[in-house]
Ligand binder design. Structure first.
Ligand code: ARG
Ligand code: ZN
Length: 867
């Protein structure tokens, strides 16, 4: 019995539900193995639905205990029920109520979808289709109901009982039980439902909204860890303030709760009034969390909070519209972080992650449109394309119509769709209405998979003082052109050229909505270097042949920080792909001048300039016959050379930043920037002189006062084989033996050591007492880090790296298909390897294909990867 390719659900087949559910009254009796759920559903036929259809309720792994219709037991011949669904053959064609009693086992729920337990805490995850693992339901986002939830549990087991909406009442039940009732007045789809029960500590504060509502905001964590929840709570308040200021969106309940749990399949979830988080994105103290952790906590708290409007008040009609809430909400959280931190530095980070995750996805077999048209398993579409390319589309829209019209369009979108389940068309219609523009060509961004290529070629005519720039777009799949906003300018030897005219430009942006165009600039006094795609104005690949000198002029002189950074990246990438010592030294000289001039003025930016393109980016640029060993060696020698040439300057930076970074820790962006530059300097010194680097890193480890510096030193040391490394790793492991989130960093550092012994190391670490196959964070730290961030060992020519990941996919699949499927996406670029590795990957993938009983999640990824 082989796993077949799972059937597809198609956008074109969307039909309104035959029935609607207006009210849901739940009574949940929490029990470790036999939780009983009584659901009273107020149903009615949908006037827009099929009047003759039976009523089919979704179910997954459910036991039906009882079923009543309007208070009377339903005769057996009137319905059919199984673990996977419930059908009423002859449902009433008028409003009616169904009472369903179901039973579930939260302790046995290893999929972490529906109701489960983690470290003794009951919690839920219902997106995308987990509510059907709690009760039978019309589990689709266009069915929106008002929920009242009564939760009952043993008081000692679950002293805290939380639900969606506002608390209504609570009290004792007998001697050792208690209950709480929650009511959520805002109609919502079932995927936003949540309950939590457990022993939890909390920190709280209050916030008064622009409408004068007093909101109690609380963050719940494992008791004893309250002192690590303060940063997340502060981020909640800043998010609330920001959404009022930036988008005019106030909060709409009396309480806003965030709960951190240990085992969670993803980052976090925006359940109405009750966000549930992976504890990695809540808990932070200077001794355990890095600057990057603080930034991620701030961003994800904001993301989930912003969903309250972009996702909850306005939700999605169906799962094909996922980008409607995710792309928009990522855009909103990016804007928030940019306002909280350095905007250019944040933008560079966004683009790095887009290129690292979304570009390869869009170039391989798992590519899909930002709005997919078909899926077998929706949980496999929470992708970089939907989220991050989805956010880029919103950003382009804002660039095209301008900030004011964008805000007006957002206001209109929220006003027109509040309380509705909307589509991408509804979103674009709001902007079309406020601008009077036809956005139908722009809408192609949602439909076309693949990364477009923008080619540019310039010609300077000194006699006419004229510069001509030819732009053209090439799309990976044939079809009408996309609307590409290209922000651009011309840079002369002394900086951006002034007195230049180009009528085709509007506010520094040219909109390329044709296959090609020619821009003419007049009054150009010297041969310019074009600075294209400033601030990364569109998610495309840019082909522009420039000399190193011209690129380095952009690094030195451009007014756009993104393109300054990009210029250094471009030179570095070409040196990784084809090394040349003369060019490398010229590059080092330019970096040196840059560092002398401004490293200490903007350390975070300088650290990014020093961070060369990753091996993954180099592989992505090669696109075929990738040999990760060759890329690794090339990048390493470039870094070694830069480290040697820049040694004195790097030591100068290290010394200059010592006083500021060794004082008391603060997670703010400026302090984090100083640490990142100092640690980048350390890493580059070590690349040039491993012996000196190891000594310096060891010293840094012994005096580090925060996790950022400690981990950076350990990561540097981990790249240098020897005693010092092994001792440091062992000491770190012992020191943080009781800190799972810190051990995750330790697992990941070891899993990404680019040496053949890493495979044995990983096998050894799977037997470490802190490792666990049932906690997704542990698996991601040890195995996904290896698969996604250790290119030479994952893609070993002997296939041993692929085989290791394949074994984990198989072992995980029966227990947690979502995590198994996500791990398998590491093979998304397998066809790009040279032929030995390609053959090894193919063998491994086909081996999994033969495994009987694969989950739909894994079968879907596998089928598409091999196709
Ligand atoms: N909506 C959540 C977020 O904020 C993520 C949910 C992911 N769900 C899933 N089944 N993968 O982005
Ligand atoms: Zn989201």
């Amino acid at each position: 019995m082989r796993t077949e390719t799972p059937p597809l659900i198609r956008l074109e087949d969307y039909r309104p539900s035959a029935f609607l559910i207006d009210r849901v009254d739940l009574d949940i009796r929490l029990d470790p193995h036999a939780t009983r759920i009584t659901a009273d559903l107020a149903l009615r036929p949908n006037p827009d639905g099929d009047p003759a259809a039976p009523l089919h309720l979704d179910g997954d792994d459910l036991i039906l205990v009882a079923i009543d219709l309007d208070g009377a037991a339903l005769p057996a011949e009137d319905f059919a029920a199984g673990p996977g669904g419930l059908t009423l053959h002859r449902p009433p064609r008028r409003p009616f109520t169904l009472r369903l009693v179901t039973q579930v086992d939260p302790t046995a729920n290893t999929k972490l979808m529906g109701l489960y337990r983690t470290d003794g805490v009951y919690c839920t995850q219902c997106e995308a289709d987990g509510f059907r693992r709690i009760t039978y339901f019309l589990d689709r986002p266009d069915v929106m109901a008002v929920y009242t939830t009564r939760i009952e549990a043993r008081r000692d087991e679950a002293p805290v009982l939380l639900g969606n909406g506002n608390p209504v009442e609570s009290g004792p039940v007998g001697t050792d039980r208690h209950y709480a009732v929650w009511h959520d007045p805002h109609p919502k789809p079932a995927y936003l439902f949540a309950v939590v029960g457990g022993r939890l500590g909390k920190v709280e504060t209050s916030f008064r909204t622009m409408e004068g509502r007093d909101v109690t905001c609380a963050v719940y964590v494992e008791p004893g860890k309250e002192d690590r929840a303060g940063y997340a709570l502060d981020a909640v308040v800043r998010s609330m303030e920001w959404d009022e200021r930036a988008f005019g969106r106030p909060y709409d309940l009396d309480v806003f709760n965030v709960v951190a749990v240990a085992a969670f399949n993803m980052g976090a979830m925006e359940n109405k009034g009750l966000n549930i988080f992976n504890d990695k994105y809540v808990l932070a103290a200077p001794e355990t969390a890095t600057d990057a952790d603080y930034a991620a906590i701030e961003a994800i708290i904001a993301h989930e909070y912003f969903h309250n409007w972009s996702g909850n008040r306005v939700t999605c009609r169906d799962w094909f519209q996922l980008c409607l809430k995710e792309g928009l909400t990522v855009f909103r959280d990016q804007e928030f972080s940019s306002d909280m931190r350095s905007r250019p530095v944040h933008r560079i980070g966004e683009v790095r992650s887009l290129r690292a995750r979304q570009f390869p996805e869009d170039a391989g077999p798992l590519k899909h449109p930002v709005r997919p048209t078909a899926y077998a398993e929706i949980n496999n579409f929470y992708t970089a394309t939907v989220y991050d390319k989805g956010a880029e589309i919103v950003r382009m829209l804002k660039t095209l119509i301008g900030a004011e019209a964008f805000r007006a369009g957002m206001d209109r979108y929220f006003a027109e769709n509040d309380g509705r389940a909307a589509t991408v068309e509804d979103f674009l219609a709001a902007f079309a209405a406020v601008t009077g523009r036809d956005l139908s060509a722009f809408a192609r961004w949602y439909e076309r998979p693949g990364t477009p290529r923008l080619t540019a070629e310039g010609r300077y005519d000194p006699a006419a003082r004229r510069y001509t720039l030819k732009l053209a777009q090439t799309l990976p799949v044939e079809g009408p052109p996309l609307v590409i906003p290209v922000a651009l300018g011309l840079v002369g030897a002394g900086g951006p050229l002034t007195g230049v005219t180009c009528p085709a430009l509007d506010g520094g942006v040219f909109v390329l909505d044709r296959p090609g165009a020619e821009l003419v600039f007049e009054g150009v006094a010297e041969e310019p270097v074009p600075s294209l795609l400033r601030d990364f104005s569109a998610p495309v690949r840019l082909d522009l042949a420039l000399s190193d000198d011209h690129r380095l002029r952009l690094l030195a002189r451009d007014s756009d920080p993104f393109n300054r950074w990009q210029a250094a990246q471009d030179v570095a990438l070409s040196l990784i792909l084809a090394f040349d010592p003369v060019r490398a030294d010229a590059f080092a000289q330019a970096l040196g001048t840059f560092l002398d001039g401004e490293a200490l003025a903007d350390p975070a930016f300088a650290a990014l300039v020093l961070a060369l393109p990753t091996e993954g980016e180099a592989a992505d640029a090669l696109a075929r016959d990738v040999d990760p060993d060759a890329i690794h060696a090339a990048r390493r020698s470039l870094r070694a050379r830069l480290g040697r040439v820049l040694r004195a300057r790097l030591e100068g930076i290290d010394a200059a930043l010592a006083p500021a970074t060794e004082g008391a820790y603060s997670p703010d962006a400026a302090s984090a920037g100083r640490r990142s530059l100092r640690n980048a300097a350390l890493d580059l010194i070590a690349a040039g002189d491993p012996e000196a680097g190891a000594a310096l890193a060891t010293r840094r480890l012994s005096c580090a006062t925060n996790m950022t510096d400690r981990l950076a030193a350990l990561a540097t040391l981990a790249q240098i084989p020897g005693e010092a490394r092994e001792e440091a790793l062992a000491a770190f492991g012992e020191r943080f033996a009781a800190e799972p989130l810190v051990l995750d960093k330790w697992f990941a550092i070891q899993a990404t050591i680019p040496e053949p012994e890493t495979l044995d190391r990983i096998e050894r670490l799977t037997r470490h007492p802190a490792f666990s196959m049932t906690n997704p964070n542990r698996v991601r730290a040890l195995v996904a880090s290896f698969a996604m961030a250790n290119p030479t060992q994952f893609a070993r020519a002997d296939g041993a790296g692929f085989a290791l990941v394949g074994r984990f996919v198989r072992a995980l699949d029966p227990a947690n298909p979502q995590v198994a499927a996500r791990l398998l996406t590491a093979f998304g670029s397998w066809r790009r390897y040279e032929k030995t590795r390609r053959a090894a990957a193919s063998e491994m993938l086909n081996g999994i294909k033969g495994v009987p009983g694969l989950s739909r999640d894994v079968a879907d990824i596998l089928g598409r990867t091999l196709q």
